[in-house]
Design a binder for this molecule. Structure first.
Ligand code: ATP
Length: 355
């Protein structure tokens, strides 16, 4: 037996009934519902206001039922109903951000994965401690504005989809910086971005082993970020600044990418260390996670962020990816979540994958 994350009482009802995969109607919900349906599980969509009409266009990914709320933060009040239904909540970036990490953590409904990870992910300082302990190469961190001596990116805490970040090529460009919340200052790494979609199973004894269980690489994407990804079309930065255009990193979409094969040993090694360290720090980051980094011209993968749950880039790979096809056919991250739930239930190990 591995590490129990959920108290026995929270998961006991799920032994006698098929879990109902439940998530917010946003982000990667189509994939999550489609994967659950594929594996014969029930599905429940949490809608703010009326259920979104777009599900009518995608019948195979439409949840069986909806729970309509006037705001996401009301979800806690429906905990009893959700428990009775056999709901298992699948966290997504939007879900946690809209509800707030504290309210999400307090939800008295089984959540897929380890909710303790929230505290480590939503605070960039804590996330850095975790990655440094795992000896993962990261962009250099500056202590304060006065120590900056090169190009930097200044970021706020939490998953804000890159909103409001500030870029400066040199200290003299910091004059316009007006902080709007707690922030960190990182070296701006020049290279190519890759977002690697992993899945950590504490139950699995096959594949790429880590200390407890194994990890799988299910896909990879690069984000399209407005307006930075199109700025080159408008010419040099100086001219843009004069025109009052500031670079921003708001995600607008995703494109599939593939890493040169010789970099795979490096990234699997990093991912395994991140997972093993998470087990030591808080019992393990279970389920999907994304390692987000930049490959420099000397082929070093520098990690600027990890997302500790399903990321929207996985939506590209509903029928599988150039990586997941080597594991099983048609293996999306949504379906992988459903498979893990089914296996945990069959082996009476739900408390190891739920919290
Ligand atoms: P999300 O929640 O969507 O993952 P976020 O608000 O947590 O976003 P990051 O993922 O840390 O923010 O960064 C957003 C974007 O900024 C990245 O996708 C990348 O394009 C760019 N970026 C972040 N850190 C660096 C860095 N150190 N050097 C260069 N670019 C960076």
């Amino acid at each position: 037996m591995g590490i129990a994350l959920a108290p026995a009482a929270r998961v006991s009802a799920l032994r006698d009934r098929t879990p109902v995969v439940t998530t917010l109607c946003s982000h990667s919900s189509l994939q999550i519902f489609y994967g659950a349906r594929h594996e014969g599980l029930g599905t429940l969509g949490i809608a703010v206001g009326k259920p979104p009409r777009f599900y009518e266009a995608f019948p195979l990914a439409r949840p069986d039922r909806f729970l309509s709320l006037s705001k996401v933060t009301d979800l806690g009040r429906h905990a009893n109903t959700l428990q009775r239904e056999g709901a298992v909540v699948i966290p997504t970036g939007s879900f946690v951000e809209y509800m707030g990490p504290e309210a999400f953590d307090a939800l008295d409904v089984p959540v897929f994965g380890n909710r303790k990870v929230l505290a480590w992910e939503s605070d960039r300082e804590k996330e850095r401690q975790w990655l440094e302990k795992a000896e993962v190469p990261m962009p250099r961190k500056y202590r304060d504005l006065s120590s900056i001596d090169g190009p930097v990116i200044i970021k706020y805490h939490g998953a804000k989809g890159g909103k409001g970040f500030f870029l400066a090529k040199s200290p003299k460009e910091l004059g316009d910086f007006r902080p709007t919340g707690p922030y960190v200052i990182q070296e701006y790494v020049v290279g190519t971005r890759y977002y690697l979609h992993f899945f950590y199973s504490p139950l699995s004894e096959d594949g790429y082993r880590v200390r407890h269980g194994s990890i799988e690489l299910l896909g990879m994407d690069r984000r399209d970020e407005a307006n930075i990804d199109e700025l080159y079309k408008l010419g040099a930065q100086e001219g843009l600044r004069q025109a009052g255009i500031r670079p921003t990193f708001v995600v607008t979409g995703n494109v599939p990418v593939i890493l040169r094969e010789s970099l795979l040993p490096q990234v699997f090694d990093l991912a395994a260390r991140i997972v093993d360290t998470s087990v030591d720090l808080f019992g393990g980051m279970v389920g999907p996670f994304c390692v987000e980094g930049i490959v420099t011209e000397d082929l070093q993968f520098k990690v600027f962020e990890i997302s500790t749950r399903i990321v929207a880039g996985t939506n590209l790979f509903i029928s599988g990816s150039s990586y997941s096809d080597f594991i099983a056919p048609h293996l999306s991250t949504g379906r992988r979540i459903a498979l893990e739930l089914k296996r945990a239930r069959a082996e009476d190990r739900l408390s190891e994958v739920l919290s």
